[in-house]
Every structure is written in structure tokens, then in C-alpha cells.
Write a protein that binds this ligand. Structure first.
Ligand code: PGA
Length: 307
């Protein structure tokens, strides 16, 4: 079983340093990775192993946001249906609500469906909202909550998002729980403070982390073409995993996927995926192109090294 990351690089550009980890015995990155190698797939002729801090499967989600028409979505679904996807990856797409039924009835079962939002409790007299029960009725398995566009454009706060997560989980939906700092917060050295505060709001609300994937999505990287460097992403992912270890449990820190989002594309996903604490991606713009999304899903191969 993979262990919790203790690798803590210099936190370039982030004021708070990882003192707990810095005081632990120094270990080179290669030693660290070697000690965390694990079997990736035992049913292939030449066995490969993967260096990944989480002991769970690589996870890639496509967030289609408020994009698409019946026609463009039908083309995207057909491209996804014909794409060759690596077996060892959980793949999820998140269409706009109004197209979920169309996607569910035409998309391969290999790919699960997520909603982009859900109501905070049981459905009823809540004009314009969509309930978790309705999402389940359509075959959704996941919901994205706490996305920066809902936090900063729509104005949802930590507590409201936490309540939504708790309700969705209680009804059996998986939650893609998004966190991330704005540019001015990063520049002010508050990246960890912001991410930990958002994480704590989830932690305070949810009874279990079993069905949660954390998406670290720096706001400055979303839809801007300014992807975080692999090191920038890795240092926050490692800190988030350490936060889970300290504040929830070592088991949850190992089992929880921490995926990266923000200008991920077919050209940068392989380098990002090599980082030990990057367990997958949440992809916006590039998920609207089937072949490019497949390339991102298949970037899991860059995590594998020969046994
Ligand atoms: P982007 O969006 O890939 O277009 O930057 C990511 C997201 O918002 O999840």
C-alpha cells in the first residue's frame, strides 16, 4: 500500500513552509518515489508499477461547464465512445444539466457522469435548482461542488458548499470537492491558508471521505491558459495530503485522490501526471475535444515506470 507523502520540496512562491515535513529526516526524491512504487496492473504481460502517493486509481474528470448544443454534444460523445482509454483510470464527464439525459443514453458505460452542481437538500419548492435525487434518477454518480466559478461568480460560501457535499454524499453521490486560491491570495503568500480553510469546511461537514475526490484548482489557472507548473501543483497537493493526514487520518490521506485542474491540456498533462501527489485531473476547455481529453486520461502512462 502506498504511504503518505513525506516529500516536501522548497515551496517556491509560497510563504508558509512545510515545517513538519522539513524537520523529518531528509530523503531524496528518487528514494521517496522508489519507496512508494506499487504494482499498477498485474494482468499485463510486462508488469509496470506506478509512483503515486494515493493508493487509489488515477481519476480524470471533464467539466463541460455551460457549453454545448445537442449536436456538438452528440459529436463529443461519439468521439469519446471511440477513444481508446487506459484501463486503470476512473473517467467522468460533467455535461450541463439539460444534456445529462442525452449523454447518459448515448455515452459508453466506461465513462461515468457527474453533475456540475446540486441543491443543498431534498428537492421541493426551490425554483431553478436541481436535486440530488433527480441527478441520481438520471444516472449521475458524481457532482462537482465548490468550483471556483460557483464560489466567486455565483457567491457560494464554504458552509453552503460543505452542506451540499454532506447531502450529496448522504444520498450516495460521489463529490468532486474543489478548492483553490486566487492570484492575489497566492501573491500574498496565502495559498495554503485558503486551501486549508476550504478543506476544513468540507471536513467539518462530511461524515466520511470515502466518496470524495479533491480537485485543487488555482483560480488564476482556470480557463486562462496559465497552467500551474508541475512543482507548483505538487507542492500544494503534498500539503493537502499532509493536511488530511494531520486533520482526518493517514488512511484518508492515502486513499483520497487529489486531482489538479486549471488549463490542463493534451500537451501539459503528462508532465503534471508525473508528480507523485497528482492523482488525476479536472479538465475544462480541453475536455470539449474528445481526442484531447483521451490524451489527458491516458497521461496516466507517464506515471508508470518499468518494473
Ligand atoms: P480549464 O477549467 O481546464 O478550462 O482551465 C478547469 C476547471 O474549471 O475545472
Amino acid at each position: 500500500m502506498a504511504m503518505v507523502s513525506t516529500y516536501c520540496p522548497q515551496f517556491t512562491g509560497l510563504r508558509r513552509s512545510c515545517s513538519k515535513l522539513e524537520t523529518s529526516s531528509p530523503q531524496s526524491f528518487s528514494q521517496h518515489v522508489t519507496s512508494h512504487l506499487r504494482l499498477f496492473s498485474s494482468n499485463k504481460p510486462s508488469r509496470s508499477v506506478v509512483a503515486m502517493a494515493s493508493n487509489n486509481k488515477f481519476f480524470v474528470g471533464g467539466n463541460w461547464k455551460c457549453n454545448g448544443t445537442k449536436d456538438s454534444i452528440s459529436k463529443l460523445v461519439s468521439d469519446l465512445n471511440s477513444a481508446k482509454l487506459e484501463a486503470d483510470v476512473d473517467v467522468v464527464v460533467s455535461p450541463p444539466f439539460v444534456y445529462i439525459d442525452q449523454v447518459k443514453s448515448s455515452l459508453t458505460d466506461r465513462i461515468e457522469i457527474s453533475a456540475q452542481n446540486s441543491w443543498v437538500g431534498k428537492g421541493g419548492a426551490f425554483t431553478g435548482e436541481i436535486s440530488v435525487e433527480q441527478l441520481k434518477d438520471l444516472g449521475c454518480k458524481w457532482v462537482i461542488l465548490g468550483h471556483s466559478e460557483r464560489r466567486h461568480v455565483i457567491g457560494e460560501d464554504d458552509q453552503f458548499i460543505g452542506k451540499k457535499a454532506a447531502y450529496a454524499l448522504s444520498e450516495g453521490l460521489g463529490v468532486i470537492a474543489c478548492i483553490g486560491e486566487k492570484l492575489e491570495e497566492r501573491e500574498a503568500g496565502k495559498t495554503f491558508d485558503v486551501c486549508f480553510k476550504q478543506l476544513k469546511a468540507f471536513a467539518d461537514a462530511v461524515p466520511s471521505w470515502e466518496n470524495i475526490v479533491i480537485a485543487y484548482e488555482p483560480v488564476w489557472a482556470i480557463g486562462t491558459g496559465k497552467v500551474a507548473t508541475p512543482l507548483q501543483a505538487q507542492e500544494v497537493h503534498a500539503a493537502v495530503r499532509d493536511w488530511l493526514k494531520t486533520n482526518v487520518s493517514a488512511d484518508v490521506a492515502s486513499a483520497t485522490r487529489i486531482i489538479y485542474g486549471g488549463s490542463v491540456n493534451g500537451g501539459n498533462s503528462a508532465e503534471l501526471a508525473k508528480q507523485e501527489d497528482i492523482d488525476g485531473f479536472l479538465v475544462g476547455g480541453a475536455s470539449l475535444k474528445g481526442p484531447e481529453f483521451a490524451t489527458i486520461v491516458n497521461s496516466v502512462t507517464s506515471k508508470k515506470v518499468a518494473a
